[in-house]
Design a protein around this ligand. Structure first.
Ligand code: AGP
Length: 364
């Protein structure tokens, strides 16, 4: 691509640093303070229809699938509509039941990913209603969908997705708020979420200021053979995405598990040579997450926590600013983009063009 790096050494770094502006763009012009909701011009879904949705199924690949997992959680908690996410290619090949009361949402940065496009086409052939949460305006998936939300992350050049992930999750928060306010989300909760959304750009800015600290930590983990990422409920997709980012650009093997699953198997892997990155937000699951840190420490595992306050059991904590519980995953992913970045940099990797990968997979 012919975009310039604007003084950064890589597009990935540039795109990580652009996130305060990118998030500002996805919010701009959409917030309605009077009714504590958001307007999504291209959604093409009237309130009466929105009230009849019984279930939401989100489809995407890779990072977009992970954004969809967080999106499903946002929709369930704010709109109280059962929602889940699934890799688009898996969905397509398992002959899924296509249900008229389900709203389908296709997620894609490029809007050209073949597996997602094919899933959308299959769904439309079966009469389903499909929305898009897409970055590239006028792309194939955006055109094929019945309506949707543009995520306005701007052009993303680096093969691995960073700012588009953050913007996609933020776009899902907008959609969840919109659906919630049509259904049972109160004015007060709507206001609370809007205030949280407005804080995001400045809070991202704050996180970016901790880059030097993250770089130092990354340099200590750069030699690891393998890393474990854990989180619970909202934190689990953050762990999945952080582990994908690390493997894509550093080629370090990484696993992501729900923290609650540790004792059902992966705890066997824990030893000093296998560091764990733990997502530990200050929410109702804080004590549960702390218990997991204790279990890891008892096996002499090294721990890096991403948390709202320093964690006694962790060897390092990256402290991020607190937002509303629902929106915390947006912020907690950002230091882990920098962790992957500086780990890969310390290992001399070709960050913008990792081996074996293409920016958009337009073939099967
Ligand atoms: C992102 O870091 C990856 N390179 C990849 O998983 C990507 O998210 C996936 O291929 C989907 O692409 P899309 O969002 O353009 O559809």
């Amino acid at each position: 691509a012919s975009y310039d790096m604007g003084g950064h050494d890589t597009f990935m770094h540039k795109e990580i640093c652009e996130q305060p502006d990118a998030v500002d763009r996805v919010l701009r012009g959409r917030i309605d303070d009077r009714f504590s909701t958001v307007h999504l011009g291209g959604l093409n879904l009237d309130p009466r229809e929105a009230r009849t949705i019984r279930r939401i199924k989100i489809l995407g690949c890779g990072t977009s699938y992970h954004a969809g997992l967080i999106g499903a959680g946002l929709i369930e908690s704010m709109a109280r509509i059962p929602a889940d996410a699934e890799p688009a290619s898996e969905f397509r090949y398992r002959n899924p039941v296509v249900d008229p009361d389900t709203l389908y949402i296709a997620v894609s940065q490029s809007g050209e990913t073949y597996d997602v496009l094919a899933a959308v086409q299959e769904l439309k052939r079966k009469g389903a209603r499909v929305l898009g949460v897409v970055n590239v305006v006028g792309s194939a998936i955006a055109r094929e969908a019945d309506g949707g939300v543009y995520v306005h992350a701007g052009p993303e050049v680096c093969v691995v997705s960073t700012k588009c992930f953050t913007n996609t999750v933020t776009a899902f928060a907008l959609l969840a708020l919109h659906l919630g306010r049509i259904r049972d989300l109160s004015v007060t909760d709507g206001k609370r979420i809007i205030e949280g959304l407005r804080k995001l750009p400045a809070q991202i800015e704050e996180i970016l200021k901790t880059e030097d600290q993250i770089k130092e930590i990354a340099e200590q983990y750069a030699g690891a053979q393998s890393m474990m990422f854990i989180g619970r409920v909202r934190g689990y997709p953050v762990a999945l995405e952080a582990s994908l980012k690390l493997k894509e650009i550093s080629y370090i093997h990484a696993e992501a598990y729900p923290a609650s699953e540790l004792k059902h198997g992966p705890l066997a892997l824990i030893e000093p040579a296998l560091p764990t990155v733990a997502i530990v937000p200050d929410d109702d699951l804080l004590e549960k997450n702390r218990a997991a840190l204790e279990e890891i420490k008892a096996r002499s595992g090294r721990i890096l926590a991403v948390a709202h306050q320093p964690q006694a059991k962790a060897d390092h904590t990256i402290v991020v600013p607190k937002n509303e519980d629902e929106l915390d995953p947006i912020l907690m992913g950002i230091p882990l983009q920098l962790l992957a970045y500086h780990t890969a940099l310390a290992m001399g990797r070709d960050i913008d063009k990792p081996r074996n990968l293409a920016k958009s997979v337009t073939v099967e």
